[in-house]
Design a protein around this ligand. Sequence first.
Ligand SMILES: Cc1cc2nc3c(=O)[nH]c(=O)nc-3n(C[C@H](O)[C@H](O)[C@H](O)COP(=O)(O)OP(=O)(O)OC[C@H]3O[C@@H](n4cnc5c(N)ncnc54)[C@H](O)[C@@H]3O)c2cc1C
Length: 462
Amino acid sequence: MKDVVVVGGGLAGLAAGWRLRHWDTVLLESGSRVGGRIRSERRGRYWLNWGGHVFAGPGSSTDALLTEAGIAAAQVPGALAALSMNGKLLLKGPIPTYPFRIPMSTPSRIALVKAGVKVGAAVLRYARIVRQRSGEDPAVRQQRVYDFENGRSFRDFVGDLPEDAKALFYPTVTRSAADAHEISAGAGIGYFSLVFNIGQGLSRGIVGGPSTLTQGIATALGDRVQLGADAVEIVHTTRSVVVRYRQDGLDKEVEARYVVLATPATVSHKVAVDLPADVRDALGNVLYGPYVSAAFLTGESSPQPWDGAYGIATPKRSFNIVLNQASIIRGGETTRQPGGSIMTFSPAGLARTLLPKSDEEILRIYTDDLGEVLGSGFGATVVEAQVQRWDTGAPYCFPGRAALQPTLTRRGSRVILAGDYLGTLYTETAISTGFSAAQEAASLLATERQQRTGRGLPLAAG
Ligand SMILES: Cc1cc2nc3c(=O)[nH]c(=O)nc-3n(C[C@H](O)[C@H](O)[C@H](O)COP(=O)(O)OP(=O)(O)OC[C@H]3O[C@@H](n4cnc5c(N)ncnc54)[C@H](O)[C@@H]3O)c2cc1C
């Protein structure tokens, strides 16, 4: 019998597997690669990227994992929030000035300023909510973040806006994978807080691309990582848990004292058949929105106007943002080297429009739009391009989501949950919940071991 089976080889499962590497463990991953919603591939000095791209900084669980695994990360150089709208590309300057620098009608501008003031005031309230209080359990803080303005949608909070105002205002929140009427007001305000406090949130890049981290951990774990192992059912026995899975066309099973279940909530709900009914219901009620993303390797030979930008918000386009994946490379260059790497992504409604289309069609739409944003010569510089569809792109905080949190985080089963859906910070939540699941499993194993050897019962024995 194994000490722990980790199910799911995304960041949450890998973080748990890493911290449990001195125990007898196996990690089952259904896909042909680890990483889940982290996916990048190297191309010479650049890398293509389709998934998570910016990460938490010093003091975070992400930072701890990167340091322990010996993977380099750097603050993303360049503007994190440039904007292309109505024919104008703004690459510099404070975000609150954008409404005055983009061509739009006066009523739109007035509505935008009013909405900006309302959200700005709410961001100040949010800043007080989100701050970790001295000696406070992080779970208490997380619940407070979920509770904040969780009774209505962001659209209801902001009210009706004219087209241009909506176009400029909403992409910040739809990046969550939910449209403004789906996401809670509090979560939408949280997104604005990330944008207004540029550099404070998720703003580090992984040198060599994000998969450097996930593949690096998988390599360190060696044959404890099983690919193509699709968990279908997880059931408790009296003193263990059995994971049934399919691999290479065969039905297999593995027994363990504990399971760290690090699959998306939609999968966990399905496979963990004997979890308490309220936990399964809560897992079934977690909502995800879709993303479509694409990576473009380019071969330009001269400096480009956007070289100094990392993220360019692109309202009214088929994608929501353009991400200059070569930004970290540019930061270390003395002279501009040829080539580049661009990522686009389309969340929520934009993704739902693209998902029925073929990859070729999506690439044609993206390339045309990139020509409008980055200059008409863009298409001619593309050397390679590839689309990725993410049906469960990201879990989002909808009105009422806060009520699920106590049930989802209740402990007591031999199946310990981990994954980004347990919090509001994406990769950072995935890693921190992977760490705490590992810690819980390790401490329960240590207790059991002490009890078996009798060393844990000195008082009872005395
Ligand atoms: C386009 C895009 C951009 C993003 N940008 C950012 C960003 O910039 N910053 C950020 O912090 N986050 C970002 N995210 C979100 C981030 O990628 C995720 O929050 C994080 O990677 C989730 O990790 P996870 O381990 O919880 O889940 P996953 O990565 O989904 O891992 C779950 C794993 O379980 C496996 N699995 C599923 N079913 C089974 C089964 N039955 N048996 C075995 N294995 C199974 C899956 O194959 C997968 O590998 C982005 C996501 C996308 C898609």
